[in-house]
Design a protein around this ligand. Sequence first.
Ligand code: TRP
Length: 74
Amino acid sequence: MEASAAKSDFFVIKALEDGVNVIGLTRGTDTRFHHAEKLDQGEIMIAQFTEHTSAVKIRGKALIQTSHGEITND
Ligand code: TRP
């Protein structure tokens, strides 16, 4: 996949409980947390991968939709 296509791709996170954490990890050789967002039950976050964000870690019960499919973590 072309890099620009990967970055324009959106993903959706819907919190299924209070206090779900969405953590953005930096792109590049130094992989570290750079952003943490807390979602309460029913809150939705729509996000993209960007030149700053190459990975996302999700803590807590959430429904995650991506172009690769849908997944729930418990
Ligand atoms: N400033 C961040 C960026 O442009 C915001 C961001 C984009 C983000 N996608 C994210 C933060 C996913 C957390 C998770 O990269």
